[in-house]
Design a protein around this ligand. Structure first.
Ligand code: SAM
Length: 284
């Protein structure tokens, strides 16, 4: 149910509520963009939807109309109550007042969810990391609105300035696709930057094999923490009992030029490094 800014102001006044910047409350007020989002999600009537941050319900009733069930997680207690009351006609909707980062999706029912949300900007990346690292068994697709810059970083390919450790993490678990831009004027209050609507489809298997995912992501983060350094220098500072020359030769034998910088390495090459140095004992 798309509301105009005037309607939002009126409802909030009647309910004696105010918009919380701290909670990243920017409500979608553009009906054309709402329709575009709903169409892109391509909901099947057998699917269960998990909506993150439903707010005043810009997407919620359409999601409920088209799916088997919607569970909406809203951190703002007043908004959660208001939404459940206003959408009482949606019998397949359950609004839960909770922080998504503290929600155990396995407790919400036995099915896996299609996750949907216009995410609050202040915790966009933590939510994506949470879903992928902790909750991926409960999720089969993620469709979310993010700041444009964050979306570009998550989907970035190696060799680009946006490529970062989070790109590797996201692309280890999913195939991210930037679907379309949502201009900032589509929200009230208007945020400072444009958004992008992104589809992350979960991969059946990761694109590379590693001994330990934890160790793999540690290596990736360690390399990107020192973006300007060569792979040789970044790794040398993290490994013990190894001479620089030996490290250079080990990498060369594995087909990795140690003078390259982390943003030039593919996921496959980071996996090769993990495969060589997977024993914990060699890491500082
Ligand atoms: N979906 C609505 C829309 O499109 O108009 C609201 C989007 S608004 C960008 C983000 C919503 O997420 C707000 O309603 C906010 O209260 C809620 N929120 C913020 N932090 C949250 C959290 N940690 N867990 C769940 N919801 C959260």
């Amino acid at each position: 149910m798309i509301l105009t800014p005037a309607q939002i102001k009126k409802i909030l006044k009647e309910e004696k509520l105010s918009i919380s910047k701290r909670r990243g409350q920017n409500f979608l007020v553009d009906a054309y963009m709402k329709d575009k989002i709903i169409k892109a999600i391509d909901i099947k009537e057998t699917e269960d939807i998990l909506e993150i941050g439903p707010g005043l319900g810009a997407l919620t009733d359409d999601l409920a109309d088209k799916s088997a069930r919607v569970v909406a997680i809203e951190k703002d207690r007043a908004l959660a109550h208001l939404l459940q009351k206003n959408l009482a006609k949606c019998k397949n909707l359950k609004v839960i007042h909770e922080d998504i980062l503290e929600t155990d999706l396995a407790d919400l029912g036995r099915k896996v969810f299609k996750v949907v949300g216009n995410l609050p900007y202040y915790i966009t990346t933590p939510i994506i990391i949470y879903l992928l690292e902790k909750e991926r068994m409960q999720v089969h697709d993620i469709y979310v609105t993010l700041q444009e810059e964050v979306g570009r970083r998550l989907a970035a390919k190696r060799g680009t300035k946006d490529y970062a450790s989070i790109s590797v993490l996201v692309q280890y678990y999913t195939n991210p696709k930037l679907l379309f831009t949502i201009p900032k004027r589509a929200f009230y209050p208007q945020p400072k930057v444009n958004s992008v609507f992104v589809h992350f489809s979960m991969l059946v298997e990761p694109p590379v094999q590693v001994h330990s995912e934890e160790q793999f992501f540690k290596i990736v983060r360690a390399c990107f923490n020192q973006r300007r350094k060569t792979i040789l220098n970044s790794l040398f500072h993290k490994l013990k009992n190894i001479k620089k020359d030996d490290l250079h030769n080990i990498l060369r034998k594995a087909g990795i030029d140690s003078a390259r910088r982390p943003e030039e390495l593919s996921i496959q090459e980071f996996a090769i490094i993990e495969n060589i140095f997977h024993t914990k004992e060699v890491w500082l």
